[in-house]
Ligand binder design. Structure first.
Ligand code: DQA
Length: 146
């Protein structure tokens, strides 16, 4: 069976209570549960990780290259700052789909720049928790094509 990593960056452990007007009311566990349910219809096995630490996110990406067929990645605040995460995504040979709950293109200017998007296969943003759902489907299609 094909396998994918769902990787969540900093502060996403606080989903549900963190700025719910922007990020919605679902907790991270609830989002993960919905993705797990969806993946069972898709014949795709998921693993989930969240970290508030840049280096740990880099380690998860490096490790994923040895077992996963692809990654759905919300780099959260690091999206806009992290050359090191960009380099990690570029270094691994599996497809990575960047995802954001909010529509980062319509927010503050500093959020409109992603250092990571150019090395991803694509970006899904602005659909709340469903951004993850659509990103999962996009990733599953990419994996199926290979
Ligand atoms: C986010 C958008 C980022 O700008 C922000 O720092 C986050 C969440 C999103 O999912 O909308 O933490 O990645």
């Amino acid at each position: 069976m094909k396998q994918a990593l769902i990787l969540h960056g900093p502060n996403l452990n606080l989903l549900g209570v963190r700025e719910p007007d922007i990020y919605g009311t679902l907790s991270l566990a609830e989002i993960n549960a919905r993705l797990l349910e969806e993946s069972q219809k898709m014949d795709l096995q998921l693993r989930f990780h969240q970290s508030n630490h840049e280096g740990e996110l880099i380690d998860f990406l490096h490790e994923a290259a040895s077992w996963a067929n692809g990654v759905v990645f919300n780099p959260a605040g690091y999206t806009h700052t992290s050359v090191a995460l960009r380099d990690a995504v570029a270094a691994i040979r599996i497809p990575v789909v960047e995802v954001h709950l909010s529509n980062v293109s319509g927010r503050e200017p500093f959020r409109q720049v992603s250092l990571i998007a150019p090395v991803c296969r694509g970006v899904v943003a602005g659909f709340g928790w469903r951004s993850y759902l659509y990103a999962l489907h996009a990733l599953a299609d990419l994996i199926a094509e290979n």
